[in-house]
Design a binder for this molecule. Sequence first.
Ligand code: V55
Ligand code: FE
Length: 490
Amino acid sequence: MVDLSPRTRSGFAAPQRFEADVFDCDVIGRIPADLEGMFVRVGGDPLYPPKYEHDSSASSDGYISAFWFHDGYVDYRGRYVKTERLLANKAARRQRFGVYRNPFTDEPGVESIDRTVANTAPYAHAGKLFALKEDSLPYEIDPVTLETIGRYDFNGQYKSLTFTAHPKTDPFSGEMVCYGYEATGLLSDDLFVYTIDRTGQITREWRLKVPYVSMMHDMALTQKHILFPVWGYVTSMERLKAGEVHWGWDDKVPMYMGVLPRDGDARDVRWIKGPPGRAIVHTVNAWSEGDKVYLEAPMFTGAPFPDFKPIDGSPWDPAKAKAYFTRFSFDLSSKDGSWSEERLFEIPVCDLARVDDRFKTVRQRYAFTHYHDPKLPSDIEFFQGKPRAMRNCYGRFDMTTGEIDSLFAGPTHGLQECQFVPRRPDAEEGDGYLIGVANNYKELRSELIIADAKHLKDGEIARVILPFRAGAQIHCTWLSAEDFPQLRTR
Ligand code: V55
Ligand code: FE
C-alpha cells in the first residue's frame, strides 16, 4: 500500500505511477510530414513517495517518454527507467532509499544497489539512447520499446563512477565530450573528462582536481576548450552524516570557470576565479576566439532550487532564483585569466535554453527557451500557488540583436524545455521546428506543441493532445530517423 504522505505532491505534479502507450494521438492542426523521428523526454515520477519530508524532487524515479513522429502521425509511449533502485523498491513494495545523494539515510541492506534514479536527461550518441543523472553511470534505453537495457560503462573504458546529465557533442567532429564529478566516490574532488568518438569508442581521458566539490551540473564546449562552471552548491561529510540532502547553498564561495584545452593535458587546465553568489545550472553555448573564450548561459545570483537551501539557515530567496541570459568572457592571455559578464536581456528566462545543436561549439545567433511574459495573461488560480510554473511563452532570443520572437501557449499553460529540430540537415541556423510540452493546468493534461521556429509569433503548426498529464519533464532531445533508422519502421 502506498502511503500518501503530506509531502506527496498534488494537482498537476501528482505522481502518475503508470506506464502508457497511446496509439495515433489526437492532433489539432497538421503534423508536418517531413518530421521523422522521436521527441524524447526524461523526468521523475515517484513510484513510492520519498522516505523523508525534506528530500528533493530530484530524487523521483526516472521516467522516459517519447512522441514518435512518422508519416504525419504521432504515437506516445512512457516507461519507468528500470534502475536497480526502482527494481529493489518494487521487490520490497516500499521506498528503501533516503534523501538526495545521501546513502547514510538509506535503510540497511541496500548498500550494494546503485542509488541513481536516472531522472534528468535523455541523450543519444553512437546509435544508443541513454537516460542520464549525474550521480551514476548512464542507463541505456531501447529507442523503440523505451525499455531499459541496463547501466552502460562504454565497454569498461569509462572509469568515473559518475556521468553528467549534460554531455556535449561537437557537431563538426561528431565526438561527444562528457565527464563525471565526484568521480572516484562520494565527496571526492576528482573530475574525469572523456571524449567518445562517433562510433562510441573512448579516445581521451583527463583526470582533474576541482577547486572544491560542487554541483557541476553542466559544461560547455568550444572548438578549442572545455568549460566547467563550479559554483555555490557545496557539500560535506558533516551534512551527509546529519541526514541532509547532498547540496547546500554557500554564497561566500567564489565561482570558478575551469578551462581545459581540448588538445592539452590535465595540467593545462586553468581555474579562473569569479565572484561569489553566482549560479550557472545550464549553459547555452560557448565559443573560442584567439585567447578569448565566450560562454552564454542563464545566470542566477542566488540558490536556484528551493530543495537545496542556504547552509547558513537563511530562507531560500525566490527573488534571487531568477535567471538572466548572460555572456561571460574569459581572457586567457592575462596571468589570472580575466572574467567579465554582460546581461543580454532584461527579462528573466527559464534556465533550460537550447540552441540549434548543429551550431554548438561555434558562435550561434539564436537561443530558444520558455519564459514568462508578464504582459500576456497567465491565470494564477490554476497554478496552485506556484508562480514559477507559469511559463506562458516559448521564445527565440536573438543573442546578437536582442530581439525576441515568441509563441504564447495559453493562460493556463506552463511550458517545459523545448527542442529545436532542423528542417533539413543543411538548413540554415534556426530553420526548423520547435517542439515542447505544455502542461495544461486547467484540463490537467499535457499537450505537445510543434511550431515553426522562424515564425513563433504565428502560433503553433500543430498541438498533440494527450488524455493525461505526461508527468514532470526535466530535459528532452530529438532522435532523427537518419541516426536511428529503426524508428522508420517502429
Ligand atoms: C538538476 C536536476 C537533477 C539533479 C541535479 O536541474 C541537478 C538540475 C533532476 O535531477 O540531480
Ligand atoms: Fe539539467
